[in-house]
Every structure is written in structure tokens, then in C-alpha cells.
Write a protein that binds this ligand. Structure first.
Ligand code: URA
Length: 218
């Protein structure tokens, strides 16, 4: 039976968030954080997922990308943005004059949320409760990396940092001040992959234009 209630943005019950201050022995060490996050059971997503996908990149990175959550490929590889969206991001970064090696790339949620359809695992947008449960890890990454610029990819990441009222269409490609960081919101590379082929080039060029705004902050 369906109640007709719209649950798309309703917080869903998840476990108590894990506090990295107690879970991780050294907050100034990305490796210690990554090891602690490996065992995170702060929400129920850990169980069906293959592994925690923690952020990747040097702690000296001037730029941090925050995506939504790992996808199917990332869940299997244990690394963020290594699938089709990551490849598109790499191409856009190159055109904007940024190399991936100078960036730290992470996600608002560090386990893959999916629905099984036969043998396929279909991406399911994380709920507000999952973003909240995972937030201590993102805060710890920001504290350790201390980038000058944070670029959010897509609505989930932007809302995770800027609040639920944030509208990406209104502010993408602009430089906002957030908690002492320059923050540039842009769209998620997966959104470009989902575009009608006739619109894909324009979507890609718009992402590159936003990334050039990011590059100009360096
Ligand atoms: N999409 C994301 O938001 N993050 C990834 O790591 C991969 C795809």
C-alpha cells in the first residue's frame, strides 16, 4: 500500500553519526582518517556497499571537490570519481587548466547507495540522513586538507554544505564565501552524461567555464 507521502527529501532513519574525533586516532593525518572511515557503520549504507570510498588526493591540495556519493565503479575500486563521471571531470579539468593531482576529491557520502535490479545496481540519491551521518568525515577532510577553494559537484554536495534552500541553477560558477573557504558550486558531471546528446557539448562547455572560475581563485 502506498501512503502517497513524498519521501524524496524526507530524512530517513540512520544510525548515530560516527565522530571522527573518537573514531580516528590522528585528526591531522588523512591516512588515519581513511583507515577509521573504512570501519564506519554510522548509517546503514555500509552493509550492502563493498567498501568505504574515502577522499583521494594530496593533503596539500589547494582545491577540494565534493561530489555526491561513490557510484558503482567507485564502490568496487574504492576510489572516488574513477568511473564515467570521473573521466568526464578529468577532461573538463584539463580544459580548465587544472590537473587532478593538485586536487583532493571526495564525496558528501562515502558509501554507494543503490537499488538492486536483477544483476544491476542502480544509483539511488542519498537521503538527508545519510549526508548528515557522513558529515564528520567531510569536516575532518576539510580540517586536514584546508583547501583554499572548495568546488561542489551537483545539488547533494552543495546542499550538504550550503543548506537545503540552495539552488544550483542560481549560483553555479559564482564564488561564494563559506566557512572561510572560497566555494564554487557547479553541476555534477553525471548530469552532463544524462543530457540529450545534442545538448552535451554545451553542458560540458558550461562545466569547463565554471572550472575556469575555480582555477582563477588559485
Ligand atoms: N559520482 C559522485 O558523486 N562521486 C563519485 O565518486 C562518482 C560519481
Amino acid at each position: 500500500m502506498t501512503t502517497g507521502r513524498d519521501t524524496r527529501t524526507a530524512p530517513e532513519p540512520v544510525g548515530d553519526p560516527v565522530d571522527p574525533a573518537t573514531a580516528a586516532p590522528q585528526l591531522d593525518d588523512l591516512e588515519a582518517l581513511r583507515a577509521a572511515a573504512h570501519d564506519c557503520t554510522g548509517c546503514e549504507l555500509w552493509e550492502p556497499a563493498t567498501q568505504t570510498v574515502f577522499g583521494a588526493g594530496p593533503s596539500s591540495a589547494w582545491l577540494m571537490f565534493v561530489g555526491e556519493q561513490p557510484g558503482d565503479r567507485e564502490d568496487l575500486a574504492g576510489e572516488p570519481f574513477v568511473g564515467p563521471a570521473g573521466k568526464l571531470l578529468d577532461r573538463a579539468l584539463e580544459q580548465a587548466g587544472i590537473t587532478r593531482d593538485e586536487t583532493y576529491v571526495t564525496n558528501a557520502v562515502k558509501h554507494f547507495r543503490f537499488e538492486r535490479r536483477g544483476s544491476r545496481r542502480i544509483h539511488k540519491t542519498p537521503a538527508v540522513g545519510h549526508v548528515r551521518a557522513c558529515r564528520p568525515w567531510l569536516d575532518a577532510e576539510l580540517r586536514v586538507v584546508r583547501p583554499t577553494v572548495v568546488a561542489t559537484l551537483g545539488a547533494t554536495a552543495a546542499k550538504a554544505l550550503l543548506g537545503p534552500k540552495f539552488r544550483i541553477t542560481e549560483s553555479r560558477g559564482t564564488v561564494l564565501e563559506w566557512e572561510g573557504f572560497a566555494l564554487v558550486p557547479t553541476i555534477h558531471p553525471s548530469a552532463i552524461l544524462r543530457l540529450d546528446p545534442a545538448e552535451r557539448d554545451a553542458g560540458f562547455d558550461a562545466l569547463v567555464a565554471d572550472l575556469k572560475v575555480v582555477a582563477a581563485q588559485h
